[in-house]
Ligand binder design. Structure first.
Ligand code: GSH
Length: 282
């Protein structure tokens, strides 16, 4: 805990800028997990919005090492980053941010982010991801860390139906799209239009998403009082899933989001609605 008599400085949170107004368009899943955690803990913080092509430059200038690598081993600079000037902490990974908030501000806001629970959701990737996920950390809250890795893999495997409708900021839209195309060039992509997944191919991804959500949903059926895994008590595990649901809500056509949120008895729609109390964009 910050124990000095000095008033607490607001924390600085860095997220990726999308098309204004950002409050309704920001949709990067990992920054969302961190925002959810900040709001859960009722922290005072400000957001710095970083243009997508500037993420590497900004993260480096903050002195925060990359926590992801491209398939060729090159550093992949990402957000979120959280800086806490009250303690001097600089944290550059959404999971680490939640762990930091829990250890530094244990009693703040809605309580413990990591209450003990079994999170045995396993997702087996059929093909390697375009950009590998961060390496799973060992140490505190391993059950949650494993869940985070599996949920990230499960949603990333279906993110192809989201990419085309990402609400890029117009000022850097062309540069952002060029960056995406360049990353996917190993798969033969040469233009952003090729990111659009249509027709039968889209239906196939949606069906696979429905099945994956059915598996994940089994964990939610253990406490049917819902909408969270532990019934009325939200935990960081719900916030992890919520980060990805938020991306889908923003990037899927409205009728498809309606479908996703109604699958499996409306489980994920209820979860999303339940998380709205932690969705304030500051
Ligand atoms: N393990 C990291 C992953 C962060 C990450 O992949 N962030 C994405 C947004 S969700 C990013 O910054 N992408 C930048 C880009 O695509 O250039 C975390 O949880 O913070």
């Amino acid at each position: 805990m910050a124990t000095s008599s000095k008033p607490m400085e607001p924390l600085s949170f860095y997220d990726i800028l999308m098309r204004p107004p950002v409050a309704s368009t920001c949709c990067s899943p990992n920054p969302w997990k961190a925002r959810f955690a900040l709001n859960f803990k009722n922290m005072d913080y400000t957001t710095t919005w970083v243009a997508l092509p500037d993420v590497a430059k900004v993260r480096s200038s903050l002195g925060v090492d990359a926590c992801r690598k491209f398939a060729d081993g090159e550093d992949f600079y990402t957000l979120p980053v959280l800086i806490d000037s009250n303690t001097g902490a600089k944290v550059g990974d959404s999971f680490d941010i939640a762990v930091y908030l829990q250890s530094q501000y244990p009693t703040a806001g809605s309580g413990h982010l990591f209450p003990p629970q079994t999170l045995d959701f396993v997702y087996q990737l059929e093909t390697p991801l375009l950009v590998p996920l961060s390496t799973e950390r060992e140490g505190k809250y391993e059950e949650y860390a494993r869940f985070n890795t599996n949920v990230d893999a499960a949603f990333t495997a279906h993110v192809s139906i989201c990419a085309f409708k990402l609400p890029f900021d117009p000022a850097t839209e062309e540069a952002s799209k060029a960056q995406f195309v360049q990353r996917a060039s190993a798969y033969g992509l040469t233009s952003f239009d090729q990111f659009e997944v249509k027709g039968e191919a889209r239906e196939k991804v949606k069906e696979s998403l429905r099945l994956m959500l059915g598996d994940l949903g089994k964990l939610y059926l253990r406490d049917p009082s819902g909408p969270f895994l532990l019934g009325q008590q939200a935990s960081y595990a719900d916030l992890i899933v919520g980060g990805w649901l938020r991306m889908m809500k923003v990037t899927l056509p409205e009728n498809e989001w309606e479908e996703v949120s109604s699958w499996h008895g409306g489980l994920f729609g209820r979860l999303y609605d339940g998380l709205e109390k932690f969705m304030e964009v500051k």
